[in-house]
Design a binder for this molecule. Structure first.
Ligand SMILES: *Cc1c(COP(=O)(O)O)cnc(C)c1O
Length: 416
């Protein structure tokens, strides 16, 4: 497949992206995206596409979603002036606080929006998969609120290492199904969830957790997460005195980043940066820096950039943050990189942990390790571009990371 774009094609694709014309009728973002799904799944995806067309932009659905985002999720989330970091970095730094959203991260925006859609489509149950458990918790909460039974597939390795999130899902009324086949982690869980959906495509709704997967998921997730960027853009104008010169977000599958970036794409004066997990370093299997080091291919139903070897085998990945530890990335990010509208960089485990600590002590905010990757990118840029206005997507809170943090950032000597 041809992925090298001419200058003219890049200009044309940017124009269409800004006009809201992407994905196109085939679910493509330029060369990326599409629907590479088994025959058996296609009717379910087509039904979902028709359901989105009917409901997503209807006044009725939007009113219901808006009310729930306000009353239950706690939106709009705050825009916080990071005064301590501004002084330290010689910049004007602002945080969009998704850590303050219900269940502690941006994932609830998507889970709630899709659960409300599932109910409108007449689904009797919701299926989801989860790796670290954050998407499972958000989905369990949203399904409880909306009143639909929820089944979460999770690799048995992850069930063992993410016990607190498994308990949260049970408390919220979800059923957690440990997956014993395949790699017994996220990839096997995704396969199992798809299998379940194929068996009952009319009664079940498959609630995907990031801006990845076959069309129409990348589109649906972007639409539901764009509330982050719409709010942040208006808040910057109102509170910060203008649009940011640069905006940063961490990128796993890419949902919080596309949510922040999409409403800012047309602001040519705002440089956009996605920050991936550089892990232990650039070696094979040591990171999850998909866009920085990957090549195009098909994973989980969509054509995008991914980490695989010449034989098409998906590479092992590593990141200290479970939420960024994924060998693929959403197809819209692959396009935004190809046409040069967003730049993708990476931050190592060590840099992210150090930045997390700096944010804790300067701002009194314990962020997720995922979000701290964005701080690293912003700090680096601030060094080369003094005195600029910077917006950072703070995707989630760090409470879930305490077991990791207490291991790698031990208490000071002498503390009990
Ligand atoms: C899941 C997660 C991410 C990564 O997912 P995206 O789809 O790339 O946004 C980032 N931050 C937090 C706090 C998460 O829970």
């Amino acid at each position: 497949m041809q992925t090298e774009l001419t200058e003219e094609q890049c200009r044309d694709l940017l124009q269409r992206e800004l006009a809201g014309e992407l994905p196109d009728a085939h679910g493509r973002f330029g060369p990326y995206g599409g629907r590479y799904a088994p025959e058996t799944l296609v009717p379910a995806l087509e039904r979902l596409e028709a359901g989105i067309r009917e409901h997503l932009n209807s006044a009725d659905y939007q009113a219901e979603l808006g009310a729930e985002l306000r009353e239950w999720v706690g939106r709009p989330t705050a825009l916080t002036h990071a005064r301590g970091l501004s002084a330290r970095w010689g910049a004007d730094v602002w945080f969009k606080r998704e850590d303050l959203a219900h269940t502690g991260a941006h994932k609830i925006n998507n889970a709630l929006g899709q659960a409300l859609l599932a109910r409108r489509l007449g689904a009797k149950r919701v299926i989801a998969e989860t790796g670290a458990g954050q998407h499972g918790v958000a989905t369990a909460a949203a399904c409880a609120r909306v009143g639909i039974p929820c089944i979460v597939y999770m690799g048995e390795v992850d069930v063992a290492r993410q016990a607190p999130n498994v308990d949260r899902m049970y408390q919220l009324g979800a059923e957690v199904v440990p997956v014993t086949g395949g790699d017994r982690t996220l990839r096997a869980a995704i396969d199992e969830a798809f299998r379940d959906w194929v068996a009952d495509p009319e009664g079940s709704y498959y609630l995907l957790g990031s801006a990845v997967g076959p069309h129409p998921y990348p589109y649906l997730v972007r639409e539901l997460q764009s509330v982050i960027g719409r709010e942040a853009r208006a808040q910057m104008l109102e509170l910060a005195g203008g649009l940011p010169d640069a905006a940063f977000a961490c990128v796993g599958g890419g949902s919080n980043a596309i949510g922040l970036f999409y409403p800012l794409l047309g602001d040519a004066g705002t440089a956009l940066f996605g920050v991936e997990a550089g892990g232990r370093g650039p070696g094979l299997g040591d990171n999850s820096a998909t866009l920085a080091t990957g090549t195009p291919g098909v994973l989980h139903g969509s054509y995008s950039v991914l980490l695989h070897d010449r034989d098409g085998q998906i590479q092992e990945t590593h990141s200290v943050s479970a939420g960024l530890d994924y060998p693929g990335v959403g197809p819209e990010h692959s396009l935004l990189k190809a046409i040069g509208r967003v730049e993708y960089i990476s931050a190592t485990d060590e840099e992210a942990l150090e930045a997390l600590r700096e944010c804790c002590s300067s701002e009194g905010i314990l962020s997720a390790i995922e979000s701290a990757h964005a701080f690293v990118g912003a700090r680096r840029w601030a060094r080369d571009n003094p005195g600029k206005r910077i917006l950072i997507g703070l995707s989630g809170r760090g409470d879930k990371d305490m077991p990791t943090l207490s291991k790698v950032l031990p208490r000071p000597a002498g503390a009990q």
